[in-house]
Design a protein around this ligand. Structure first.
Ligand SMILES: Nc1ncnc2c1ncn2[C@@H]1O[C@H](COP(=O)(O)OP(=O)(O)OP(=O)(O)O)[C@@H](O)[C@H]1O
Ligand SMILES: [Mg+2]
Length: 308
């Protein structure tokens, strides 16, 4: 079974850079798949190559993939339509397809398709890796993501109940309504089993942990405190807190000394968040991490602090 590590945090704090550095660091000894669930897809920008929805090799033991909720929803709907061909009378197919297209734009459709894709990665495609590292979109999205198995389970239960009562009434649009085992009910039951498996994995601290990236500024501190509380409530195992872009200016220009002093109370607050096992401070570097050489420099700094 592969281990799973999520990286979450507020916009722009360094999630993508830190997740990629962690993945590269771990790829020294393990086979690692780095997964982006952020529609902005900064992994392609960071590694300066097109990654996209197919698993792409980055380094010897490091692969990456960028999954896109909207594209996943589209693919999923097309799959449902083609499955229905065998079950719906041809005369009614167009009407049924119209209803399905409408469902495509209903609230939660993208998220549930994204979750289906993540489920496939965790249960099947990712099983050849020792570690899956998830670079996520800003916090709100991530928390919904990890609480999705719960919601999807309830939703599928509701559908199963409705399907059972509908079957007794035999809707007129279904071909060969009786005799065979109900394929829709079978599919729903399969999904239920898969969701509860993923739910177990996400709650198992020997397998999963959720790390945060924050910067020593007020809004990032507030958001991290809230997010940690939410995860504790959802019983998701919490890993390290990476405090990024820390200034250590004890001498030199007054501007930097003031800025470094301004970070101190927030550093203290971040270090005292309950539920976090370990904090790692990373300095603000004098350059942007925008090419391979800079990324290697950042990885060295990360590895030094991470293994301390
Ligand atoms: N320690 C650091 N020193 C200097 N620059 C950094 C550091 N960490 C990250 N950066 C830079 O900060 C910017 C934001 O980083 P990154 O894209 O990793 O953040 P993010 O949290 O993934 O953002 P988003 O929420 O948009 O996905 C990037 O330009 C990156 O190169
Ligand atoms: Mg990012």
């Amino acid at each position: 079974m592969s281990r799973i590590r999520f990286f979450g945090g507020k916009g722009g704090v360094g999630k993508t850079t830190v997740a990629a550095a962690y993945a590269a660091h771990q790829a020294g000894q393990n086979r690692v798949l780095l997964v982006s669930t952020d529609p902005a897809h900064n992994l392609s920008d960071l590694f300066r190559r097109k990654i996209g929805p197919k698993i792409t090799a980055i380094d010897d033991r490091l692969d990456a993939i960028e999954i896109d909720a909207e594209k996943e929803a589209h693919r999923y709907i097309e799959e449902v339509k083609s499955n229905l061909k065998e079950q719906v009378r041809p005369a009614l197919l167009e009407e049924v397809h119209r209803h399905i297209d409408m469902a495509r734009h209903s609230p939660g459709a993208n998220e549930s398709a994204l979750f289906d894709r993540i489920t496939r990665l965790i249960l099947e495609e990712g099983s050849g890796y020792d570690l899956l590292v998830f670079d996520t979109a800003p916090t709100g999205h991530t928390l919904r993501l990890v609480s999705l198995p719960e919601m999807m389970g309830v939703w599928v239960d509701g559908l199963i109940g409705r399907r059972k009562s509908l079957k007794d009434e035999t809707p007129s649009w279904v071909k060969d309504p009786q005799d065979k085992p109900d394929p829709i009910l079978e599919k729903l039951n399969q999904r239920k089993v898969r969701f509860s498996r993923v739910r177990e994995i996400l709650h198992d601290q020997s397998q999963t942990s959720f790390s945060f990236v924050a910067i020593p500024e007020r809004l990032s501190v507030l958001e991290t405190q809230r997010a940690v509380e939410d995860l504790i409530q959802n019983r998701i195992p919490i890993g390290e807190l990476v405090i990024n872009k820390v200034l250590k200016a004890t001498s030199g220009e007054e501007f930097f000394r003031k800025r470094a002093r301004a970070q101190l109370p927030y550093l203290k607050q971040l270090h005292s968040i309950k539920g976090i096992e370990k904090c790692i401070e990373l300095p603000l570097l004098e350059f942007d991490i925008d090419d391979e050489t800079r990324f290697r420099d950042f990885c060295r700094v990360f590895t030094d602090r991470f293994t301390e």
